[in-house]
Design a protein around this ligand. Structure first.
Ligand code: URP
Ligand code: ZN
Ligand code: ZN
Length: 481
């Protein structure tokens, strides 16, 4: 007699801490058992395959509204199709606030748009205007809806916060039990160098990197950490581009602070010289912070091995090369300042990291599971996600570790018309994705239905509780200032 509706049999099961040849029994979308010779009503043969927790991509931009009244090109349907094709089952995307706006109305609009998702999802709330109304009255309401992370930009025209307003966001996070995620680059320094580069006629895509050298990322990271330490609130530093920046995170961690570091495949595989490709091709590799060089990649892997950088997300950002709002919309001579930043990566994140990390011997399978699923799920309070254990959602990806694939844009299944990983040969590929017990992708064919994704409301959790270490013991965040 069968004990389980579905059994994934005979695979190499990987958790954040162990690797074992075992079966996984699934009932009603939940992992019911991990064991040997489990009896199922139906079986998925995983012989020769690696069985991993479904990917959790805690940093991707999907249908994000912009301050010109439009939105990212990537839609929830195409974005989640790409995610499932690439082995990712949960995404945390962004709800953006613009100056002069509140956050409650926009959150409702983001929830409405995400109702077409095929992956499970949550949001980071971007704060670009730390007004009294938002800080003291609206943030508690979005937290009550299950949004537990606030996102801050320390650069970008129209989005960046100065120190005063950043501190107010940190204080709001402390009052409401949120994590703050931070884009760390120095707005004023980038602005100054950009104006000088444009004055010198140095406008091609490669000068994007010149506008934002390493020390301005390092300075902003140091400042973000110091201010978060003053307010006593946990932060995650987004998209760390190199070891010099990760060292700021490491120093904070050595002091016992709740500071975490994220990086992305582009900071492990792409370089500033990609932005110098012939013609306008370099625009495809423009993102912020800018990709560095090959020596930086080696430093990044070391920071991953040490655990300083413990999450690898995609920072999937939705701009095509050729589209009305895309990279080339300003014409072939557009200055780097006017080219939209960001690159797609939802569909490639897991395969690129598996190939460059596991297949090349830089990380082991358990580290891969932690970086792509377990750690982001824990850090962001997705308690049902990120781990293969009884009681967790049956979000599972089967990787063929020997499968060799050359990445093409068609394989990504996103709406964007290019991938920055075009032509990359990878070893290891996701062949089946299961989301809450249902086969959502098999052999590259996405089977999930739009609207089958679920909103993941996040409650309070210990990992992001303040340390209780305030300068002079004085809690300034308790005051409406
Ligand atoms: O260039 C990037 N990273 N674009 C996406 C927005 C952001 O800064 O994360
Ligand atoms: Zn960013
Ligand atoms: Zn981003």
């Amino acid at each position: 007699m069968a004990d389980y509706q579905t059994v994934i049999s005979g695979g190499t099961v990987v958790t954040g801490s162990d690797v074992a040849r075992a079966d996984i029994g699934i009932n009603n979308g939940i992992i019911a058992a991990i064991g040997l010779n489990l009896k199922g009503e139906s079986y998925i043969d995983a012989d020769g395959l690696v069985v991993l927790p479904g990917g959790v991509d805690s940093h991707c931009h999907i249908e994000q509204l912009n301050d010109r009244g439009g939105s990212d090109e990537e839609t929830w349907t195409t974005g989640s199709r790409s995610a499932l094709a690439g082995g990712t089952t949960s995404c945390i995307t962004f709800a953006a606030q613009f100056k002069g706006q509140g956050i409650l109305g926009t959150m409702a609009e983001y929830r409405r748009r995400a109702s077409k998702a095929m992956v499970d999802y949550s949001f980071h709330q971007i704060i670009s205007d730390a007004s009294d109304e938002v800080m003291f009255r609206e943030v508690p309401q979005i937290v009550a809806q299950g949004v537990r992370s606030l996102k801050v930009f320390l650069t970008y025209e129209n989005s960046y916060l100065d120190d005063h307003h950043f501190i107010r966001v940190l204080a709001a996070a402390r009052r409401n039990g949120c994590l703050v995620t931070v884009h760390c680059e120095n707005y004023e320094a980038i602005n100054w160098r950009t104006r000088a580069l444009l004055a010198a006629g140095m406008t091609e895509p490669k000068y994007h990197a010149w506008s934002r050298p390493v020390m301005i990322e390092r300075e902003a990271t140091h400042r973000a950490i110091a201010l978060a330490e003053m307010v006593d609130v946990p932060i995650q530093v987004f998209h760390v581009s190199c070891a010099e920046v990760a060292e700021e995170v490491a120093r904070a961690q050595h002091r016992g602070l709740k500071v975490w570091g994220e990086t992305c495949p582009q900071y492990l595989t792409r370089t500033a010289s990609d932005m110098d490709r012939p013609g306008f091709e370099g625009a495809k590799f423009m993102c912020s912070p800018a990709p560095r060089d090959e020596a930086a990649h080696a430093g990044q892997w070391e920071m991953i091995r040490r655990g300083t950088l413990d999450v690898v997300s995609s920072d999937h950002s939705g701009w095509s090369y050729d589209s009305v709002a895309g990279k080339r919309a300003g014409g072939p001579d557009a200055s780097f300042r006017d080219i939209p930043n960001g690159m797609p990566g939802l569909g490639s994140r897991m395969a690129v990291l598996f190939s460059e990390g596991v297949s090349k011997g830089r990380i082991d399978l358990c580290q891969f599971a932690r970086l792509t699923a377990t750690n982001p799920a824990k850090l962001f309070g997705l308690t049902q996600k990120g781990s293969l254990a009884p009681g967790k959602d049956a979000d599972i990806v089967l990787f063929d570790p020997a499968k060799k694939v050359t990445i093409t844009n068609a394989l990504m299944q996103h709406i964007i018309d290019y991938t920055p990983f075009e032509g990359m040969d990878v070893t290891g590929w996701p062949v089946l994705t299961m989301r809450r017990g249902e086969v959502a992708m098999k052999d590259g064919v996405v089977l999930a239905q739009p609207g089958s994704g679920q909103f993941l409301a996040r409650g309070p959790y210990d990992m992001i509780k303040p340390l209780g270490r305030l300068p002079d013991g004085f809690d300034a965040s308790a005051f409406e200032v």
